[in-house]
Design a protein around this ligand. Structure first.
Ligand code: ADP
Ligand code: MG
Ligand code: ZN
Length: 644
């Protein structure tokens, strides 16, 4: 039997353990980078070996292999689980067992194994040298598990980098909190920056005291509320107050918006909550602020949109975390919402957000204080009377007032003035209410005339209607989106209630524009759409919500309008009969028609004044209160409450 020198033709079993398993020279730092380098090196070596083998080794079909075996042309072979590798004689040169004088010509071969129970018998009978190789456990592990996983990992990393280019996030960081979660050290905001919500500040002062000296509270065994919910309309300063609490107490401020929790990946919100609390615990005493908590805190089982599983999980995690720390650990949760009615009850129960602080729209005094806060650092002329502005801005939020103050400064800058004048503030006020002037919008003379009659119609009806808000300004300078002219009426003082007379007056004033068009032209235009919308809404509210219609009575009827806040138990269902609905519609129509008739009557009566004021308005484009009142008879002036 011929022995084949081990170094000669014997095809090396694939050197799966590879020669390069040493650690690569350059360390790139992170262990996984080293791992990747090793894997890449292995892959290259393996590919190289494979291709080398393929170049020198002939692949033959199994049937040929059997043929050659029968002809005793197979000199030796190695059997692996799926291949047979070996050396065969090239026909006509050498036969096993018979020493040919010239050096026998041999070739390397490989064949894919076929399930063949007789293989061993045939090998035996052919007298071939054969052996079997079992791939080592390690190489099996590397090739069937680590390598594919490594390759996929690389592809995934590359893909995720590519997909998230520019966004700053990576798929690798899913569930990790974002950069914003880095606590703000001292927000720099203090209670002095927040005005017009004194009660809220008093309530929050306790939280500040606790954060400053938790020991004092602990010593007395006093429990501080874990969660404080700030409730109020948008722009009233809830976010600002939360930051002020952190600023006053000099503690880190973790801020996160409810909508940031709600992501497209299920479970991410929950892990983000976990992360948030884990970080906060390391930094106590501190404040966690969840803005717009209604985004996650909606009542469970009451959601319409998709993704509620996610919200539910996030909310549950929040509840778990809130229960999971001791009140005296020094973490205070603040949250803000403008829709407390839709929050899950579990969030509001004692031990969670049980302290509620209402941050309401500011009253006149509060508005003045807010204006003063935002006037800081802005040079005001001596003419400026913030109290007048405060009185003229009922219903404005702190954010609106900040906006007015800033617009005034911009207007003054545009005038190249050194100081902000009262006129800048009034102009800014109009801009915020009605949008910026659009002098470039040129109206044809005829249309301009119609707009003027329309606006004066509003103003005159207001002047002759007891209980209507006094007219501050009439203008036919186009403003904002689609307003061709406007009449500015402002209540003389802060009002919390509206009487029936005042509501009816509002409806009548809204009708004034269209009435004037009909009185003057005998034909109406499309210009009154917004007025009709306002009037209809008011009339419907009077009938359905305020019990101000005799024939419908005192019932509180919730109209099933989309966009109404969901209310437990009602939720858009009409809770009254079709008969009542008909009655409501009748009443609304009656109110509107009466108001329109009255408005028309006033304008017919005052036709000469209507003409005179309109002519003046066409000349000047804007009339202020004094200019307008100059046209009115003394009887009408007396019924007016001149604004402060
Ligand atoms: P919210 O969170 O209630 O919607 P913000 O706190 O975000 O309102 O207020 C927006 C901006 O309006 C603030 O940055 C601030 O400039 C101004 N602002 C609102 N309320 C007040 C207030 N009470 N005092 C001073 N500024 C206020
Ligand atoms: Mg806010
Ligand atoms: Zn109008």
């Amino acid at each position: 039997m011929m022995r084949i020198p081990p170094s000669a033709g014997k095809p090396l079993p694939p050197r799966k353990d590879g020669p390069d398993k040493k650690q690569p020279e350059s360390f790139l730092g992170a262990p996984w980078q080293i791992l990747i380098q090793v894997l890449v090196a292995l892959l290259l070596v393996w590919l190289w070996q494979e291709s080398l083998q393929r170049a020198t080794v002939t692949t033959i079909p199994y049937s040929t292999f059997l043929d050659k075996l029968a002809k005793k042309e197979i000199l030796e072979c190695t059997i692996t689980p799926d291949e047979i590798l070996g050396k065969m004689a090239v026909p006509g040169t050498a036969k096993p067992g018979e020493r040919a004088k010239p050096a026998p010509k041999t070739a390397l071969f490989r064949t894919v194994r076929v399930e063949d129970p007789n293989l061993v018998a045939e090998l035996q009978s052919a007298g071939t040298v054969y052996a079997s190789v079992r791939p080592s456990l390690l190489s099996q592990l590397i090739f069937s598990w680590i390598l594919p996983i490594g390759i996929f990992f690389l592809i995934w990393v590359g893909l995720s980098r590519w997909m998230t280019r520019g966004t700053g996030y990576s798929l690798l960081n899913i569930g990790k909190s974002r950069a914003r979660l880095v606590a703000e050290e001292g927000t720099g905001v203090t209670f002095a920056d927040v005005a017009g919500c004194e009660e809220a500040k008093v309530e929050l002062q306790e939280v500040v005291d606790f954060l400053r000296s938790p020991g004092r509270y602990r010593a007395l065994g006093a429990k501080i509320p874990k969660g404080v919910l700030l409730i109020g309309p948008p722009g009233t300063g809830k976010t600002l107050l939360a930051r002020a609490v952190a600023g006053e107490a000099h503690v880190p401020f973790f801020s996160l918006s409810g909508s940031e929790f709600v992501e497209m990946f299920v479970g991410v919100g929950a892990s983000r909550v976990r992360d948030l609390f884990a970080q906060a615990k390391g930094r106590a005493p501190c404040i966690i602020f969840i803005d717009e908590i209604d985004a996650i805190g909606r009542q469970r089982g009451m959601r319409i949109a998709m993704g509620h599983d996610e919200q539910e999980q996030t909310l549950n995690q929040l509840l778990v975390e809130m229960d999971g720390f001791d009140p005296n650990e020094g973490i205070i949760l603040l949250a803000a919402t403008n829709r407390p009615d839709i929050l899950d009850r579990a969030l509001l129960r004692p031990g969670r957000f049980d302290r509620h602080v209402v941050v309401d729209l500011p009253d006149a005094q509060g508005r003045e204080a807010i204006l003063a806060v935002h006037a800081r650092g802005k040079p005001l002329a001596p003419t400026v009377n913030l109290s007048e502005i405060a009185h003229a801005t009922s219903g404005f939020s702190g954010a609106d007032l900040a906006n007015v103050m800033n617009e005034a400064a911009l207007l003054a800058a545009r005038r190249k003035a050194q100081q902000i004048e009262q006129s800048d503030l009034l102009e800014a006020l109009e801009k915020v209410v009605a949008g910026p002037e659009r002098r470039s919008l040129r109206l044809a003379e005829a249309e301009k005339r119609r707009v003027a009659y329309h606006e004066v119609g509003h103003a005159l009806v207001a002047a002759f209607t007891p209980g209507a808000d006094p007219v501050r300004k009439v203008s036919i300078i186009p403003r904002g989106r689609g307003a061709l002219g406007y009449t500015l009426q402002l209540p003389p003082a802060q009002q919390y209630l509206m009487t029936r007379t005042q509501l009816l007056a509002k409806i009548r004033c809204a009708m004034g524009g269209r009435a004037a068009e009909e009185v003057v032209y005998g034909e109406v235009s499309t210009g009154a759409e917004n007025d009709l919308e306002v009037a209809t809404t008011l009339a419907r509210q009077m009938v359905c919500l305020y019990g101000m219609s005799e024939s419908v009575g005192l019932a509180h009827l919730i109209p099933s309008r989309p966009g109404m806040p969901e209310m437990p138990g009602v939720n858009g269902r009409v809770e009254y009969s079709g008969e009542t609905a008909r009655l409501v519609d009748q009443e609304v129509r009656r109110l509107l028609e009466t108001a329109y008739r009255e408005a028309k009557a006033i304008l017919q009566e005052e036709r000469p004044t209507l003409e005179a004021v309109t002519a003046e308005l066409l000349r000047k484009e804007t009339l202020d209160a004094a200019e307008f009142f100059a046209f009115l008879p003394d009887s009408a002036k007396k019924s007016l409450t001149t604004p402060p």
